[in-house]
Design a protein around this ligand. Sequence first.
Ligand code: HAM
Length: 413
Amino acid sequence: MNDLFPEDTVSWQVQEQHFREILARYDVGEVRVPIVEHTELFARAIGDVTDIVQKEMYTFPDRNGESLTLRPEGTAGVVRALVEHGGLRGKTPRVYYMGPMFRHERPQKGRYRQFHQLGVEYLGMESAAADAEIIALSARLLKSASVSAELQINSLGTPASRARYREILLAYLRPLAEGLCADCQSRLERNPLRVLDCKVENCQKIAVGAPRLFDHLDPESERHFLQLRRLLDVLEIPYTVNPALVRGLDYYHRTVFEWVTAALGSQGTVLAGGRYDGLVAQLGGPDTPAIGFAVGMERLLALQALQNGQVPLPVPDLFMGAMDEESVAPLLQMAENLRNRGVSAITAGPTGFRALLRQAERSASRYQVLLGVSQLQGGTVLLKEQLGDRHWEGSWQDLPFGLAALGVDFPDA
Ligand code: HAM
């Protein structure tokens, strides 16, 4: 779990702002749901046999003895909320959420126990048009962070075609089970599809020769997938079909997709999602097709820093230092006055001249001004550029004019 300081959060805030602007263009509204839910919700939604539910949830009894879990992902809670508040009958909500998720995974670079997602969910739309639009939206979100990644897509078919395929896959894997890693051996019977995207070399070798789900799709899923591919071509969104893409959550039907990069090492999936047509009904709602995705914020921002450098902290316009007690009140007053007009100002003191100069330098503000009694009593103040030699001299009351003369903007003037 990470602690973030202003030099870290600056890139988060910039990115979140880009996201909100883009989401508004798609008419996607924000939902805020609790970060704890009943454990049963995740077991039902994500699937009892998944790694997330079996090994990674932060689960605890509350004071009433009910089993609660810190959300490992956002989709289940959002669907729960929409079902509970009747938000689905005859409606096609499109919603997004931002916030922390919790998974007790083995931590490594790009994999944390508390991480953050921006998630988007489109509900009530069955056509491949929704898949194409949501992928276009995901592409735009990544573009707004100026990162480049590769889009991979696959189709998992329907639960029925997947169940048929599961048997075909098991028949292939069982005789080869000894060559699989310990994890895959233990999940072979429970969740054989996971073997296909295991990162262990031997498992990958075995996976290469496996029959492909993709070749056992039902006709309707095949048609849906073809239509999606056609729409992505029209929208000029390049992709590769990755038949090994199976995802770690059980609720997916048909389309699944990931944006991946090799630049982040083993945790290279920046954004991932897919269609989950059965989930709403499974959680007690009306039969509602749905599709969504989530971006991992830590991974996105790590990739951004790698590809574009760190986002710099904003530079305050003015450092204002009081050299004695008497100057404190007028200095604070002037600072408030400037902030009213949209100027960013930081104040310091009262303290000695040298200490203020050091603080001014550290503040990295564009301009600095120091105030003492002698300047207040009719003398002039010196407004100085921190890194250059532009300056202005005048009375304290006229400081706003000095700032304007040196080119400081007054956005709210
Ligand atoms: P997910 O693939 O489990 O999908 O997670 C989505 C993204 O969250 C990942 O691609 C990754 O960027 C980030 N992520 C996941 N686990 C970690 C971690 N331990 N540390 C850092 N980042 C992580 C879901 O959560 C689905 N709910 C997405 C979705 C929404 N599908 C449909 N709607």
